[in-house]
Design a protein around this ligand. Sequence first.
Ligand SMILES: [Zn+2]
Ligand SMILES: [Zn+2]
Ligand SMILES: [Zn+2]
Length: 89
Amino acid sequence: MSAAVCNHITAITEVKRPTRHVCEECVKTGSEWVHLRTCQDCGVTLCCDNSPNKHATHHAKESGHPVIASAEPGERWFYCYPDEEFAEY
Ligand SMILES: [Zn+2]
Ligand SMILES: [Zn+2]
Ligand SMILES: [Zn+2]
């Protein structure tokens, strides 16, 4: 176990929470999602990897925005894609 947390996560000073509790891409097409994640760079809320469209992962790869946070009530964690690092807050 490493105690190191990536610089992307440690740079976050204010956690972005979802403004609407929906995947902003799935609602356009009427698709379903399982869980929601909020990009900590631009604040967009998208669906998780258990969802058919995996919009949060696609967004991170396409935009280069590294860190998402769970948008689920009661869950308080970040995930950094390039460092594959989870951190609670
Ligand atoms: Zn990182
Ligand atoms: Zn989606
Ligand atoms: Zn983003």
